[in-house]
Design a protein around this ligand. Structure first.
Ligand code: GLU
Length: 405
């Protein structure tokens, strides 16, 4: 996992990128980097280094420009080093990547670029592939689409071109990207916590669409060049509350928030002393018509599932199985249309849980997700969703997200 961010607008990009990256460090922090378009030199300038964002901040003080992308890395391909840090620049293309490109080795061979790469990452190969399809003056989205059609794996990409000063392009598959716009410009990030202070309204970039991000707004098109109408979401987290405040650690702050967020999660779902999920648009029939329940989750969320099993079996006398998401599809699970599959995930992006959810759907199960992040992949994929109103959870060890689940 890693964090990406992008900004293009009327003010200096560096400060916004660094600030956003600091918020995203919980997603990965072995190295960090930014790329900003420099109007004087007329090209994209990269500053990156191994280590935390604070080090990058020191190293990048003289980078100026109003359009840029940034990355905080958690290495999957290639060790932790300055050269493996993102952004990666190849030819006219500079990009940041969150995810894993499974077929990067064969693309590298096919392009014959082994001697030209500066890093050991899968990500730089994507920059080379886009550059292979891009020629100055040609359509950048077309080049990106051609490249994306060839790559296999998970990706969220923020892309800039040397000859297109004020634009950022973004595309994703599984890995998240959220977008927002204000009078100052347009923003993208892996997580709304990084850009939530700029606008109350945001949208999740639909998978396999291209976002063309300019200082005047964001246009989203599908791969057939049709305009995509995105679904605007409202940020209901108090973003002023998203820092550490007076606490020394996020974890301590999040522990102390538990009474408040549990109340926020439960109160709106009780009517006349009974559970009521009409605010979520979840019909009672999914509970009353199911004969068995399967909870699928990973890590801490799976432990919430184990508590759920105990409570549901005791109160409702419905048998509940709890599966570790990564094992689910290999267990030949017994699924019918009387099975209710409940997927639990704080981020709503846990890949094993998402894959298991898709598998359960394909077998005919009814699905419900319990997630914290609006518009996340698991929320969008399941038939029904109940949001835990825990607000942003930054600490890696889960506390308030677990108790609200
Ligand atoms: N696979 C890329 C790398 O190792 C991106 C990893 C990430 O998502 O941080 O650089």
């Amino acid at each position: 996992m890693c964090g990406i961010i992008g900004y293009t607008g009327h003010t200096d990009a560096r400060g916004k990128l660094i600030k956003g990256l600091k918020t995203l460090e919980y997603r990965g922090y072995d190295s960090a980097g930014i790329a900003v378009f420099n109007d004087t030199l007329n090209e994209v300038i990269v500053a990156k280094c191994e280590g935390r964002v604070e080090r990058l901040d020191e190293k990048s003080k003289d980078i100026k420009g109003n359009t840029g992308i940034g990355h905080t890395r958690w290495a999957t391909h290639g060790g932790v080093s300055d050269s493996n840090s993102h952004p990666h620049k190849f030819g006219n293309v500079t990009l940041v990547h969150n995810g894993i490109i499974e077929n990067y080795a064969s693309i590298k061979n096919q392009l014959g670029i082994a001697g030209k790469l500066k890093s050991q990452t899968d990500s730089e190969v994507v920059a080379a592939l886009i550059d292979n399809y891009y020629h100055i003056g040609s359509d950048p989205s077309e080049a990106i689409i051609k490249a994306v059609r060839e790559i296999k794996g998970t990706f969220a990409l923020g892309i800039m071109f040397d000859d297109i000063p004020d634009m950022i392009y973004a595309v994703r598959n599984v890995s998240p990207i959220v977008c927002c716009v204000n009078d100052d410009g347009a923003y993208i990030a892996s997580d709304i916590t990084a850009i939530g202070e700029y606008s109350k309204e945001y949208f999740v970039l639909p998978e396999l669409t291209i976002a063309e991000i300019s200082k005047n707004g964001i246009e989203v098109r599908d791969f057939q060049d049709n305009k995509v109408d995105v679904k605007m979401l409202e940020l209901d987290w108090d973003i002023n509350n998203s820092g550490k405040k007076h606490y020394p650690f996020y974890m301590e702050k999040e522990i102390s928030e538990q009474p408040e967020v549990i109340e926020k999660t439960i109160r709106l779902r009780i009517k006349n002393g009974l559970p009521d999920f009409s605010v979520d648009g979840v019909d009672d029939s999914i509970f009353t018509e199911c004969e068995n329940i399967t909870v699928i989750a990973c890590g801490t969320a799976m432990h919430a599932g184990l508590i759920g099993k105990h409570l549901i079996e005791k109160t409702c006398a419905i048998p509940v199985n709890v599966y570790m998401a990564s094992e689910y599809m290999y267990c030949d699970p017994i699924v019918s249309d009387k099975t209710l599959v409940i997927c639990v995930s704080q981020s709503g992006e846990t890949i094993d849980t998402l894959e298991a959810l898709k598998y359960a759907k394909s077998k005919g199960a009814k699905t419900l997700s319990i997630v914290n992040v609006k518009g996340s992949s698991i929320a969008m994929t399941s038939d029904n969703v109940i949001y835990t109103n825990a607000g942003p959870e930054i600490a890696v060890a889960s506390t308030k997200a677990y108790t609200t689940q």
